[in-house]
Design a protein around this ligand. Structure first.
Ligand code: NAD
Length: 368
């Protein structure tokens, strides 16, 4: 079997980023050896770490390195230290620039309840048992990018903050297609979320998504206003399979969906474009409150590496192997603090990485 070679750009970023990235890289190396995949890792700066080293949150060098790679594995950016900088110098600006520069218009965020962690959810067992949702969020348009934007001073001297929520038909159609195709690969149910009762931009959104539907006769399409969707996610989340929505609504709803599963430390995401490499990253932030203390849960980062193998590099067997290892580690009762429950084994970030590698080695011998 010829060895597959992949160039992966690693962006550890800030806070717990470097700790969880170390675990993901170790896991990838082991799986690569087992399945004859060769990963060439190259590391670059983004976010606060890049600001400290170069004065910019997304140095040109980082962007070039990402463009020349097969996939980008990102940890998290941000922290208190950089919170007071002007907006163009904030870590988040680096992240938005990376997404825009790579044309990553589709963000896939799975929120799946793992049976081992059902009691980590703040909702009742009967409400969350079996929840398996995929939020498809538009990522490069909408209010986070619309013009005009800024804080202006009116003629009367009153300051006025402005952002613009805008979508073109082309932008809606391309995210709509990703969502219909995702729903086809899942249970065939798609719910489009908007605020069409108030916003013209949402009326266009609903109109275009509805017009795409006949191309996907095997997908059952429904529409929901965003305020109702927020309520329904907490009331009866099992009614949802695939959700498609714009950038702002998707940001909020995917975090709400994330919490159904109990810990934000378990959730990966994939950001995909038309041509460039995808970016794979955990849903959570840089957790500055626990950074450097070996307390972070590395599993969302490791599952992001699995999503990278599945959606970015078309290596589903390697992705399955990693996902299986995560489930087995949880079956053994290994837990980091954020998902800890009585009677389980409390592990730090590093020890959780070792546990994964132990299980991966067992999995390889059981396959042979
Ligand atoms: P956060 O996700 O960093 O943390 C929220 C809470 O969850 C904290 O209590 C944290 O300790 C905990 N947590 C998060 N990830 C964890 C993990 N892997 N293991 C264990 N516990 C974990 O969100 P926040 O506190 O709102 O933001 C902190 C910083 O992260 C801010 O600067 C923010 O801008 C940034 N941020 C970055 C991203 C990103 O890089 N994509 C996303 C969200 C927030």
């Amino acid at each position: 079997m010829t060895q597959q070679h992949y160039r992966i750009t690693l962006l550890p970023g800030d806070g717990i980023g470097p700790e969880i990235m170390t675990v993901a890289v170790e896991v990838l190396k082991v799986v690569g050896e087992q399945l004859n995949l060769h990963f060439e890792f190259q590391q670059a700066l983004i976010g606060g770490a890049a600001i400290d080293a170069t004065g910019e949150p997304l140095p040109d060098e980082t962007m070039e390195m990402c463009l020349k790679s097969d996939a980008v594995l990102l940890a998290a950016i941000g922290g208190y230290k950089w919170d007071t900088l002007p907006r163009h110098l904030r870590p988040e600006t680096g992240l938005l620039g990376l997404r825009a520069g790579l044309g990553l218009f589709a963000n896939l965020r799975p929120a799946k309840i793992l049976p081992q962690l059902i009691d980590a959810s703040s909702l009742k067992r009967e409400v969350v048992e079996g929840v398996d949702i995929m939020v498809v969020r538009e990522l490069t348009g909408g209010i986070y990018f619309g013009q005009p934007r800024g804080i202006f001073t009116t003629e009367t001297g009153d300051r006025r903050g402005v952002n613009t929520m805008a979508y073109t038909e082309t932008e809606i159609d391309r995210i709509g297609r990703v969502a219909f195709e995702t729903a086809q690969k899942r249970s065939g149910k798609l719910c489009s979320v908007d605020k069409a009762n108030v916003l013209e931009v949402s009326q266009l959104w609903r109109d275009r998504i509805t017009q795409l539907a006949p191309e996907y006769p095997d997908v059952e399409l429904s529409h929901m206003y965003v305020d109702n969707a927020a309520m329904q996610l907490l009331r009866w989340p099992k009614q949802f399979d695939t959700i498609v929505t714009g950038n702002l609504f998707g940001d909020i709803l995917s975090d709400a969906a994330a919490m159904l599963t109990g810990s934000i430390g378990m959730l990966p995401s994939a950001s995909l474009g038309a041509a460039n490499p995808g970016v794979f990253e955990p849903v959570h932030g840089s957790a500055p409150d626990i950074a450097g203390q070996d307390k972070a849960n590395p599993l969302a980062q490791v599952l992001s590496a699995a999503m990278m193998l599945r959606y970015g590099l078309n290596q589903p067997t390697a992705a399955d192997r990693i996902e299986q290892a995560v489930l087995q580690v949880l079956d053994r009762g290994d837990r980091t603090g954020d998902i800890m429950s009585p009677g389980m084994n409390l592990l730090g970030c590093h020890a959780m990485g070792n546990a994964l590698i132990e299980v991966l080695e067992q999995l390889a011998t059981s396959v042979i």
